[in-house]
Design a protein around this ligand. Sequence first.
Ligand code: Z5A
Length: 215
Amino acid sequence: MSRGRLITIEGGEGAGKSTQVPLLVAALEGVGIRTLATREPGGSPGGEAIRRLLLEGEGERWDAASEALLLMAARRDHVAKLIEPALARGVWVVSDRFADSTLAYQGYGRGLAVADIAMLHRFGLGNFVPDLTVILDLPIEIGLARVSARASADRFERLDHAFHQRLRNGFREIAAAEPARYVLIDAAGEPEMVHRAILSAVMQRLRVSLKPAQK
Ligand code: Z5A
């Protein structure tokens, strides 16, 4: 049995990650690939407990370094308890956010050194990286307008315009630095168009044949 693949979907607020993950999972399952959807922070019971610490409370509850340490603890638990066992069973995993969110939010957004975040990653996960990372790219005004309809904003959604601009620039730089592992996708189109662009990237990079998920 061959090992599964890890695909991570990244991007800023309202980019459409949570909309796209189930569509990609359905397309993979449609051709008989066993697939698991998960998310960060969270995924495993320990990761979900840490997610509550991260998302609830006042904006200043955690400084950037504490936030990065909590995220890394959650990610290590997520990989050890859920992702790695699934990959070992031949199951593909699609994660709504993963390590690149820490680089973008805590690094580019909150000002931690990218080298420190890379060191933390090595400490927590060694050289474990996704097989493919899809970054959904969107002008921040569109993303924030999409999520503004929500009743309550979490700690991250209350961050200012300049933060979201640094985040978008950060994701674009991350994608440009390692084109073999990342694909940057224009997320401003209709969900169906974005879905097709993601499928095309997955087919090309991971050498599978897929059809769009049925609505
Ligand atoms: N965080 C961090 O700082 N560091 C880390 O390492 C990690 C995370 C892992 C998790 O929040 C927070 O944790 C996150 C970063 C931080 N910051 N925030 N906020 P979350 O998981 O609760 O939320 P999120 O990841 O940011 O997702 P989101 O805000 O829900 O956005 P989304 O998943 O990308 O979008 P969506 O839910 O699919 O769509 C949003 C709305 O737009 C919805 O009404 C859709 O119907 C609509 N939509 C989606 N696609 C389209 C298109 N193509 N056209 C029009 N409308 C659309």
